[in-house]
Design a binder for this molecule. Structure first.
Ligand code: IMP
Length: 422
């Protein structure tokens, strides 16, 4: 299948995890390209549930190699816990899990600064996950970051850490008036983590384009959280679109064979920021959060829910060069009488298909909806398209015609088998 990208086209949490899991059985290598443990998803296999933040979920397939690319930022302590938990569930990592030496490390001071910056933003927080992602990418751009490969030379690593920590402690103490980090304890912990992770360091980048078997590049977060094209400043600090994924995996763009965009049958967003199709209170009351499992895997925050936004999705499709779509969580709309789809935006009487969210403009953008009848019957677990109720088929086909891209997978439940392949 060549090199395939899978990414989310909304604000993250589109259900990519399940789709990646389904397609991972067809490849021999999976690379996570950007982001850190701000991401999170779970994969259900039979009675077992596995939780992922950094490790590609393809690790569940024993013959697949899993890699963390140069574009990722890695909290080694968090990764260590995640791996321990997976190991307790029977997953193995030896000789099949690799971390790019080019990836940057998230340290405790990044997490502390992330939380302090959020407090400092006062009434205008971004609603970050508090995992240190932004400050780590800031250090990367400022050339004060440390990379996974820097751990290979212990002396260099320790000296560099001491230098950076002195500066970070100053910032924490003098600017934010917060307690700084204990230098010796910090160094000791990092050196221990370095020892643990050294065997996993490997620069796999050049190998990927030579692989005969399929390679899957997995995106984290979603296109609308992209640092450049998302709803800035309410975005993450990495490039979540396909171009960012190429960069973060070290794969040249002309080697990409296909781009699978994952969309949820409705929209969700965690954290602050514009969300024009967000449910009214009345819609919210009809939404079953527990069944939909719309709580963040990383922070446990309740996600904000809204109608499917074809206008924003279309923009994301163009930005990413999407060649096929997967539609997830169709079953979650089972109980709705009517279902709305945003087909464009109106601003002062003018219709826009690609809104630019900024300043006061973002509050004046009014979504233009088309309303479709709901199907009011369970679609949970349906595996054949013909067995979907007519109204559900009409909804799927409406999304397909608005997006002008073929929907190849429809997901009707969290399990691997609860899937319609088209
Ligand atoms: P950060 O990535 O922690 O800096 O958070 C920036 C924004 O991205 C916040 O609104 C987060 O809620 C959001 N975000 C980060 N990671 C994810 C994700 O995996 N899914 C959904 N939203 C995310």
């Amino acid at each position: 299948m060549g090199i395939k990208i899978i990414l989310g086209l909304q604000w993250g949490d589109e259900g990519k995890g399940k789709i990646i899991d389904l397609l991972s059985s067809e490849v021999k290598t999976v690379v996570r390209a950007q982001g850190g443990n701000n991401a999170g998803h779970s994969v259900r296999v039979g009675q077992n549930e596995y939780k992922f933040h950094l490790v590609p979920s393809a690790i569940l397939y024993p013959n697949v190699l899993c890699c963390l690319g140069s574009g990722t930022v890695i909290d080694l302590e968090g990764l260590s816990k995640e791996m321990d938990q997976l190991e307790n569930q029977g997953v193995t990592f030896h000789n099949r899990f690799f971390i790019s030496p080019f990836a940057h490390i998230v340290f405790d001071y990044h997490k502390i600064l992330d939380q302090l910056f959020e407090k400092f933003r006062g009434e205008n927080p971004i609603g970050t996950t508090g995992r240190g992602i932004g400050p780590c990418y800031v250090d990367r751009a400022a050339r004060t970051g440390l990379r996974i490969g820097d751990m290979q030379d212990e002396k260099y690593f320790e000296e560099a850490l001491r230098r950076v920590l002195a500066r970070k402690n100053l910032e924490i103490e003098k600017f934010f008036e917060a307690p700084c980090l204990n230098v010796e304890k910090f160094i000791e912990k990092q050196l221990e983590l370095a020892k643990k992770f050294k065997p996993f360091i490997y620069s796999f980048e050049g190998d990927l384009i030579e692989k005969e078997e399929g390679v899957l590049l997995e995106g984290a977060q979603g296109a609308l959280l992209d640092l450049s094209f998302g709803t800035y400043p309410f975005v993450t600090s990495s490039h979540t679109i396909s171009a960012g994924i190429c960069l973060g995996a070290g794969v040249p763009p002309n080697k990409i064979g296909s781009v699978l965009g994952v969309i949820k049958a409705y929209t969700t967003r965690v954290g602050e920021g514009p969300f024009p199709t967000e449910f009214t209170q009345e819609d919210n009351q009809k939404f079953d959060y527990e069944v939909a499992r719309e709580f963040g895997t990383t922070t446990g925050r309740k996600r904000r829910i809204g109608w499917f936004d074809a206008a924003m999705t279309n923009f994301a499709i163009k930005l990413n060069g999407v060649t096929e779509l997967a539609l997830t969580k169709l079953d979650i709309l089972d109980s709705f009488e009517n279902i709305k789809i945003c087909v464009g935006y109106s601003l002062g009487g003018k219709i826009l298909d690609r809104p630019f969210f900024s300043g006061s403009v973002k509050d004046k953008l009014v979504p233009v909806y088309e309303t479709m009848p709901g199907w009011k019957t369970s679609t949970r677990g349906i595996t054949e398209y013909v067995k979907l109720p007519d109204q559900a088929k009409a909804y799927v086909e409406k999304i397909q015609s608005l997006c002008k891209i073929r929907i190849k997978i429809v997901s009707t439940g969290p399990g691997r088998e609860e899937t319609i392949m088209l």
